[in-house]
Write a protein that binds this ligand. Structure first.
Ligand SMILES: N[C@@H](CCC(=O)N[C@@H](CS)C(=O)NCC(=O)O)C(=O)O
Length: 277
């Protein structure tokens, strides 16, 4: 095993796998639109869904998650939480990030960008968090709400985390075990922080909790590392937004991830911002 593979763990769960999507859900997933053609409906119903169903029911999926340092890697945290949330058994391969050959190690394992996380499912490799969410959703429907409108909201907000908020991301690197760190809070960073608080507050008010879209879903997981940033850099948060912030940090899976981060001995200097104390 290459020296980069610092640890491999197997997560297996006694609880039965959640139900796979109903035929109608498969139809929407596969064809992207409500079905009106009965001929087409019959063909798809007989062929594709049963193949997936068999695969899921027989528990043949064999996931491997390639991830980075748990204390520092926000995107790894999301993929890991997602797999644990759906109770999928998986192996972990940990890569020390930001070393001279981290990216080539990830590429050797199938991640075409050299970045983590990378999910491998047998011969299939997925190397982007949003793609991982959607890949898993096809078999684990609890990843998104049942309401199409809420799914659209969740995906829009996940997209925003993925492609925006870059000022906050750069100024406040994830460092889950650190507290009282000082970030360079520019007006752009303040705008990002206000947007995050607005999302949390609005979602909690509109959907009635306990999570952003009602039940726990990919959107809450998307924001979990953001909540750790608020903790590390002492970002103020009040009202409904605070409820979400506290709740997500107290979720048992998040607690487990944070504790694994605390147990790591590696340090990535560029993410160790000065202490304010
Ligand atoms: N768009 C990617 C982003 C992945 C990403 O930026 N991962 C970081 C860790 S949180 C990484 O691999 N950094 C290592 C590097 O830049 O060499 C995703 O959504 O998964």
């Amino acid at each position: 095993m290459p020296h980069a593979l610092r640890g491999v763990a197997r997560h297996a769960f006694e609880t039965p796998r959640r139900r796979v999507p109903r035929v109608g859900e498969w139809m929407r997933l596969l064809l992207g639109a409500p079905i009106t053609c009965h001929k087409q409906l019959a063909r798809v119903e007989c062929r594709v869904p049963s193949a997936y169903r068999e695969q899921a029911e027989e528990n043949q999926m064999s996931f491997t998650l390639i991830l980075g340092n748990k204390n520092y890697s926000s995107w790894s945290m999301r993929a890991w939480l997602l797999l644990r949330f759906v109770e999928a058994p998986f192996d972990e391969i940990l890569i020390d990030l930001y070393t001279a050959n981290s990216r080539s190690q990830v590429r050797d394992l199938g991640g075409q960008t050299g970045l983590v996380p990378v999910l491998r499912d047998g011969e299939t490799t997925i190397w982007d968090t949003c793609a991982i969410i959607e890949y898993l959703y096809e078999v684990y429907p609890k990843i998104w709400p049942q309401s199409r409108a809420l799914r659209a909201r969740g995906r829009s907000l996940c997209g925003e985390v993925h492609s925006s908020l870059q000022f906050m991301r750069e100024a406040m690197p994830v460092n889950t075990r650190a507290r009282h760190r000082t970030a360079n809070v520019t007006p752009e960073v303040i705008r990002d922080l206000e947007r995050i608080r607005e999302i949390w507050g609005t979602c909690m008010a509109e959907n009635g909790g306990p999570w952003l879209l009602g039940d726990l879903c990919a959107l809450d997981i998307m924001f979990a590392p953001v909540a750790t940033r608020f903790q590390t850099y002492g970002v103020a948060v009040i009202g409904g937004a605070r409820q979400f912030y506290e709740r997500i940090l107290e979720h048992p899976l998040v607690v487990e991830w944070l504790s694994a981060g605390r147990a790591e001995s590696s340090t990535i200097e560029q993410f160790e911002l000065p202490s304010s104390m």
